[in-house]
Design a protein around this ligand. Structure first.
Ligand code: SF4
Length: 307
């Protein structure tokens, strides 16, 4: 009885579910998913995504049900159409896909294309590239490939404290993966400016990332705990969690409602919800229903980022 009473106590007061001002699908992810679906409708035969179109398993599963498979390497795709991810690919991969005779469906987000374009311009102007990004991320591999295809030099850095170990010349062009933290980018640029006389820094973080991050921080300041919904591999979701925790509240990254541990919510009345740029509305709503005894909260008003 004692244990039961303890578990029930936090539910005496109804939970207050507060949603971030914006959450979930950004422009680039929505566009990529819609382009993939249109490509499926327009073609017969195999259509395969090279890697995940977007970093969300539920979206990938949904697309698989519609007849779009995922392969990890071009060598696993023998025929038909190949979809290149929202995060882009290196020019060498694009060329290999063409040489293989595949029909190319390029769903690269325009903001990712802008990072690649900026890298090219800086190389043409004689600036070796310093890319702020996550090692191994699809977008980062694409940008490195772009620079290397021009014979340019590129170094990757993830944290400001790594700058002191880099070999830097008299000129550096600093750019960013689209989903980095603005603060990390600014700190790295500041460190580089201490060592290099000629620095060209281009902030290539996308507007949706900024908007999601600002909304997550504002949310974290108003609640007792934050649940951040998004794919395990989603870099921008991981950052949202990190930012919320930075505001001094516990923050948990989940992929679906099943991942919620009820102990996280004990004694917490105001529950914040946010979601990464590749999290579909239906997954966010499933989590909200689960937290709110089966129904969406009365004031439910889900807005995706606008920028
Ligand atoms: S997070 Fe930004 S760069 Fe990435 S897909 Fe969305 S809009 Fe494009």
């Amino acid at each position: 009885m004692g244990t039961l009473l303890q578990l029930e106590l936090p539910r005496v007061q109804k939970r207050n579910i507060k949603l971030a001002r914006v959450a979930g699908f950004c422009f680039g992810v929505r566009r990529a998913v819609e382009m993939a679906q249109q490509a499926r409708h327009a073609r017969s035969g195999n259509i395969t995504s090279l890697g995940q179109i977007v970093h969300n398993s539920q979206v990938i599963q949904h697309l698989r049900q519609q007849g779009i498979e995922t392969a990890e390497a071009l060598s696993d795709i023998s025929s038909g159409a190949v979809i290149l991810s929202a995060h882009g690919v290196a020019p060498q991969v694009l060329q290999a896909a063409k040489e293989q005779g595949l029909d190319i469906v390029d769903v690269t987000c325009p903001f990712v294309s802008k990072v690649n374009r900026t890298a090219k311009q800086l190389i043409e102007q004689g600036y070796p590239i310093l890319l702020v990004g996550d090692p191994g991320h699809t977008e980062v591999r694409g940008v490195i490939g772009t620079v290397e295809s021009m014979g340019g030099s590129v170094q990757l850095v993830s944290h400001p404290e790594e700058v002191s170990a880099l070999t830097l010349g008299k000129k550096v062009g600093v750019i960013s993966q689209t989903t980095q933290l603005a603060e990390t980018f600014a700190q790295i640029v500041a460190e580089v400016c201490r060592r290099v006389p000629d620095v060209r820094a281009c902030n290539t973080i996308c507007g949706a990332t900024d908007e999601l991050q600002e909304a997550a921080v504002a949310l974290a300041r108003e609640v007792d705990v934050v649940i951040v919904i998004g794919g395990r591999k989603s870099a921008n979701t991981r950052r949202l969690r990190q930012l919320c925790e930075g505001e001094g509240v516990p923050a948990y990254h989940i992929e679906t409602a099943d991942d919620i541990d009820s102990r996280w919510l004990l004694g917490r009345r105001n529950i914040g919800l946010t979601a990464g740029a590749s999290t579909p509305d239906w997954v966010i709503e499933e989590v909200a229903r689960m937290l709110n005894d089966g129904d969406l909260p009365d004031d439910w008003n889900l807005h995706n980022p606008e920028r």
